[in-house]
Design a protein around this ligand. Structure first.
Ligand SMILES: *Cc1c(COP(=O)(O)O)cnc(C)c1O
Length: 394
């Protein structure tokens, strides 16, 4: 299939698929751990790399390969390395490309667990990390050392949907001989393609929109063949491999990615616009709103505002901001109270006491995660039912 000829919507349905001799129209699930060889000589050739082919599913598996090739086509990447989760995608990226003593500059506004991985665990192994403001390129420039290997961002960020200029940060990274990594979890390639904007590496938690129905954990790292080789080398040795079953679920998820993301974004824009008009809401964070501080930049980099809406609820005479946020969450009957996102089912969460609860209070305030903040990952339910489910007290 000539990837250049087809529209991304067509690629999401068709790219990467391969048929076995049985001619199945839906991709086969290869639920096997190892592969048989015709002879000892063939086994030796496979292990020696002189003959291509599968050996063992920790290394490669045909269903996982189909998933990798489909996602690579959508992100415009030479290569994709599928992993067991979004966090193991970040781990494999860093373990593949950095060594003890190296330095990473990371946005302060990243997934709470990513902060833990960089700031606690990898620090114990000799990696230095400097956290800076996502939206201030001067801080990135100032943080560079002779050991800086990676810049790491999420754009839009979780949960405040801040947006950085990918090209500007890529240029600063490249001048320092470093690579820009973008966690593209919130947008997916249906909305934003970081590699085309100048980034070197894209990270995914496939658990979110790539699955789209909250079933499986998975992740991916994408980039040039040269950058992905050591990432794959870490994965096949350390075993943070994606399971074939999960890859099969994600292959099905990717087929509907483009139409799902359009529907998520349409619902999210409608909900964000409605929330902005509610007297109990102090502020709404959504890149698709004109009031968003980086609205113009977001609309240049993204085809829509995406599906995540965050807002700050006001305290009132009877309630602190946290009590007001919890009361709103507890009053929901339809929207699921869970921290996951990217599901057909809308989800609601209080970041300060869940996803970001292990971040120190100082770091939380610096990242703008206040006690009144509520995040909704807007699903595919009928929009009027979602609005009716948000009952503000006071
Ligand atoms: C969920 C998430 C991750 C981690 O993914 P897992 O699949 O849960 O390991 C990383 N980055 C972002 C932005 C996420 O939302």
């Amino acid at each position: 299939m000539n990837k250049q000829q087809y529209h991304p919507n067509t690629l999401s349905v068709r790219a990467g698929s391969e048929m076995t001799e049985f001619g199945e129209n839906s991709e086969a699930l290869f639920l096997n751990s190892s592969f048989r060889f015709n002879s000892a000589a063939q086994a030796a050739a496979r292990f020696g790399g002189t003959e291509p082919g599968n050996i063992y599913s920790r290394f490669t598996n045909p269903t996982v390969t189909m998933f990798q090739n489909k996602l690579a086509a959508l992100e415009g990447a030479e290569q994709c390395v599928a992993t067991s989760s979004g966090m193991s995608a970040i781990l494999a990226c860093v373990m593949g490309l950095c060594s003890a003593g190296d330095h990473i500059v990371a946005s302060r506004s990243i997934f709470g667990t990513s902060v833990q991985l960089f700031g606690n665990i990898l620090k114990r192994w000799g990696l230095e990390v400097t956290f800076v403001s996502l939206t201030n390129p001067d801080e990135w420039q100032a943080a560079i050392t002779s050991k800086t290997k990676l810049f790491f961002v999420e754009t839009p960020s979780n949960p405040l949907t801040e947006v950085c200029d990918i090209k500007v940060l890529a240029d600063i990274a490249h001048q320092a001989g470093a690579h820009l990594v973008v966690d593209n979890c919130f947008c997916t390639p249906a909305i934003q393609r970081p590699l085309a904007l100048g980034a070197d590496i894209v990270i995914h938690s496939a658990t979110k929109y790539i699955d789209g129905q909250g079933r499986c954990l998975g992740g991916a790292v994408l980039g040039s063949k040269a950058l992905m080789e050591p990432v794959y080398g870490f994965l096949r040795t350390a075993g943070v491999t994606m399971s074939a079953f999960n890859a099969w679920v994600f292959l099905k998820g990717l087929e509907t990615l483009y139409i799902r993301m359009e529907a998520h974004a349409k619902n999210a824009l409608a909900l964000a616009t409605w929330l902005e008009a509610q007297p109990q809401v102090a502020r709404v964070y959504y890149p698709g709103l004109k009031s968003h501080p980086q609205h113009a930049l977001a609309m240049r980099q993204q085809s829509s505002g995406g599906g995540i809406v965050t807002f700050e609820i006001k305290s009132n005479a009877n309630q602190t901001a946290q009590q007001a946020a919890w009361a709103l969450i507890d009053a929901t009957q339809l929207i699921s109270i869970t921290a996951n996102l990217g599901d057909a089912k809308s989800t609601i969460t209080h970041p300060a006491t869940t996803t970001h609860s292990r971040v120190t209070p100082e770091a939380r305030i610096a990242a703008g995660i206040t006690d009144g903040l509520v995040r909704i990952a807007v699903g595919l339910e009928y929009i009027e039912d979602l609005k009716a489910d948000l009952v503000f007290a006071g």
